[in-house]
Design a protein around this ligand. Structure first.
Ligand code: GLC
Length: 497
C-alpha cells in the first residue's frame, strides 16, 4: 500500500535552520519521495512556521485555515498556509505574524519566547486543520522534537472524533532529548488542548514526555544514542518514559544528503575533488587559510569546529584545551554562534599572542564558509557531551577531513578510531569529557598527519567511501517504521498488561 506521510517540524533546510534538525527534515522528506516501489502515495507534506526573514521558495500559493483561538474561547484565528512543491516535497509555511514575525525562531539569545506553547501549538493545529480537509488525509504523521508534539495531543484531545485524522499513526523522532518543551501550567491553555489538558495538581506539561508516552512509535537518530537514552545518566529525566515504551522506542541512524554534500560538485569550494582524485583538497586548504587569515607558511594542522557553540557540543572543552593545542602546533578554525559565557573563554585565548594568525573564530552562520571549512581543514572536531547523531562528522568524512570525536551516541556509531582498528579506522575518538582526553586524541591525529604517506591517504579514503546516502538505509528504515506504526494503530489497542 502506498502511504501518505506528513511531517511537522520547527526547522527545515534551506528555509530556516539552527541545527541538524533542519537538515534531517529536508533530506528525509526528499529521500522518502525518491524511494522506489511507489512507497509513498505522493511527496511528503512538510509543515513548518513562516518565520521572519526566512528564505522563501518561489511560487508559494496562499490558502487559509480557521482554527479555534486558544486564548479566547469561542473565537477563531485565521491562519495562512503558504504552499509549494519544491525540493522533492510539499512545503507548507504556517503564516501567522503574531506568532512568527519576530526575531528568533525559538527565543532571544537570553531566553525562550514566553509564548512558545501558543506559537508551536498554532503551527500544529493549523497543520492538522489543513490535513483533515485533504481528499486523502495522511496515514502517518511524523512529528519532530517537542515543537510538533502538540499535534498529537490536539488530535487526541479535541480532534479525536475527526475520522480523517483519528486513524493516522504517529511517529515521534527525538532529535534532541535535552529540549523538552516544558510548558508551565499557566501557559498550557495556549496549546489548544481544551479543558482537562493538565493532570490535576501538575505544575506544567513536559511536551516531549507526553509525545514519548503517546506516539505509536518513538525513535531517536542513532542506535547508540537510543541505548544511552535508556540510562539515568543520559536519559535527561525521560529514561523511565523511554524504557516504558519497550520495543516501541528504536534508534535509526540519520543519513546525509549526499547530493547536497559532495566535494565533487560543491560550488562553494575553491576546487572540486573526489575520493578518486583528491588533488583539489590542497587548493581548498590554501583558499581557506587565506580566507581566515591563517599563516600559509605554518606547517601546523588546522582543526575545524562548526555549529552551535554550546556545552552539548563540548565547546567549553575545546576552549579549555585550546592553549595546549596551540602549544602542540595546531591551528583552530571555529564557525558558529553561542552564548556569551560559552564563547568568552575561546575569545580570550584567540586574543593571546600565541594565537596570532593561528585561531580564527568566526561568530556567525555562514553556509559557504562552513563548506570551505569541511573541505579545507585537516581535521574536524566534535567533542560533544552527548550527540543523538551529529551531521558534521558525516560531512567531514565525506569531504576527506578525518573527525576527532568524543565516543558518544551517533558519533560512536559513525566514526571508527584508527588507532583501535588501524585497517578500518576513519577518524579519532576519545571517551572522557575532558580537555586532556581531547588533547590526547588530537596528538594522535597530529602523529599520523605529520607522518602522512599511504596510511594517511588510506584513512581519508575509507572515510570518503562510506555510504551515508539517506536512500541507502536510513529512509528505508523510516519507511519500515512507518509501516510498523500503521500496523500498530490497526491492531486492537492493549490498554493494560
Ligand atoms: C540534533 C542533535 C544531533 C542530530 C540532529 C539531527 O541537532 O543534537 O545530534 O544529528 O538533531 O537529528
Amino acid at each position: 500500500m502506498a502511504i501518505r506521510v506528513a511531517f511537522i517540524a520547527a526547522e527545515c533546510e534551506p528555509w530556516a535552520k539552527t541545527g541538524g534538525l533542519a537538515d534531517v527534515v529536508d533530506a528525509l522528506a526528499r529521500a522518502l519521495g525518491q524511494l522506489g516501489g511507489g512507497a509513498l502515495e505522493r511527496p511528503v507534506d512538510v509543515f513548518m512556521p513562516h518565520y521572519r526573514g526566512m528564505r522563501e521558495p518561489a511560487g508559494l500559493t496562499r490558502a487559509e485555515v480557521r482554527i479555534p483561538d486558544p486564548l479566547a474561547a469561542g473565537s477563531e484565528l485565521v491562519v495562512g498556509i503558504l504552499s509549494v512543491e519544491t525540493h522533492g516535497y510539499r512545503l507548507h509555511l504556517v503564516d501567522h505574524p503574531p506568532a512568527f514575525d519576530r526575531e528568533g525562531m525559538y527565543g532571544t539569545p537570553d531566553a525562550d519566547h514566553p509564548d512558545n506553547a501558543f506559537r508551536f501549538g498554532l503551527l500544529c493545529r493549523a497543520a492538522l486543520e489543513r490535513l483533515r480537509h485533504e481528499e486523502r488525509p495522511p496515514d502517518l504523521l511524523h512529528i519532530h522534537d517537542w515543537h510538533a508534539v502538540p499535534a498529537l495531543l490536539q488530535r487526541d484531545a479535541v480532534l479525536g472524533h475527526d475520522a480523517a485524522l483519528a486513524g493516522a499513526a504517529v511517529v515521534l523522532t527525538i532529535h534532541n532529548l535535552a529540549y523538552h518543551g516544558w510548558t508551565p501550567a499557566n501557559r498550557v491553555p495556549e496549546l489548544g488542548l481544551g479543558p482537562g489538558a493538565l493532570p490535576r495538581g501538575a505544575d506544567g506539561l513536559d511536551l516531549l514526555r507526553a509525545g514519548i508516552e503517546r506516539a505509536d512509535l518513538v525513535n531517536t537518530v542513532s542506535p547508540g544514542f537510543a541505548a544511552e537514552a535508556l540510562t539515568p545518566a543520559m536519559g535527561m529525566g525521560l529514561d523511565p518514559a523511554l524504557r516504558a515504551r519497550g520495543d516501541r522506542f528504536i534508534g535509526i541512524l540519520n543519513g546525509l544528503d549526499t547530493d547536497l554534500w559532495d566535494p565533487a560538485t560543491d560550488e562553494a569550494l575553491a576546487a572540486p575533488y573526489s575520493q578518486a582524485d583528491r588533488s583539489g583538497k590542497a587548493r581548498c586548504r590554501k583558499a581557506l587559510l587565506a580566507t581566515l587569515g591563517l599563516d600559509p607558511a605554518d606547517p601546523g594542522p588546522v582543526l575545524a569546529m562548526i555549529g552551535r557553540l554550546d556545552r552539548q557540543k563540548g565547546f567549553d572543552i575545546l576552549a579549555e584545551a585550546a592553549p595546549s593545542l596551540l602549544e602542540r602546533g595546531f591551528r583552530l578554525a571555529v564557525l558558529g554562534t553561542g552564548s556569551h559565557e560559552v564563547v568568552a573563554p575561546l575569545r580570550a585565548v584567540a586574543l593571546s599572542p600565541a594565537a596570532l594568525s593561528r585561531i580564527a573564530l568566526e561568530e556567525r552562520f555562514d553556509r559557504d564558509l562552513a563548506r570551505q571549512m569541511y573541505a579545507g581543514a585537516d581535521g574536524f572536531l566534535m567533542p560533544s557531551r552527548f550527540e543523538p547523531c551529529g551531521t558534521g562528522q558525516m560531512i567531514a568524512l565525506r569531504y576527506g577531513t578525518p573527525p576527532i570525536v568524543r565516543a558518544t551516541g551517533g558519533l560512536r556509531d559513525t566514526v571508527i578510531d584508527v588507532d583501535t582498528r588501524p585497517g578500518a579506522g576513519t577518524g579519532f575518538s576519545f571517551e572522557g569529557e575532558t580537555a586532556a582526553e581531547l588533547t590526547a586524541a588530537c596528538a594522535r591525529f597530529a602523529d599520523r598527519f605529520e607522518r602522512g604517506g599511504a596510511a594517511w591517504e588510506a584513512l581519508l579514503e575509507r572515510g570518503m567511501a562510506i555510504d551515508f546516502d539517506w536512500r541507502s538505509s536510513s529512509a528505508p528504515a523510516y519507511l519500515d517504521a512507518y509501516r510498523r506504526a500503521i500496523g500498530l494503530t490497526q491492531m486492537p489497542r492493549i490498554t493494560s498488561r
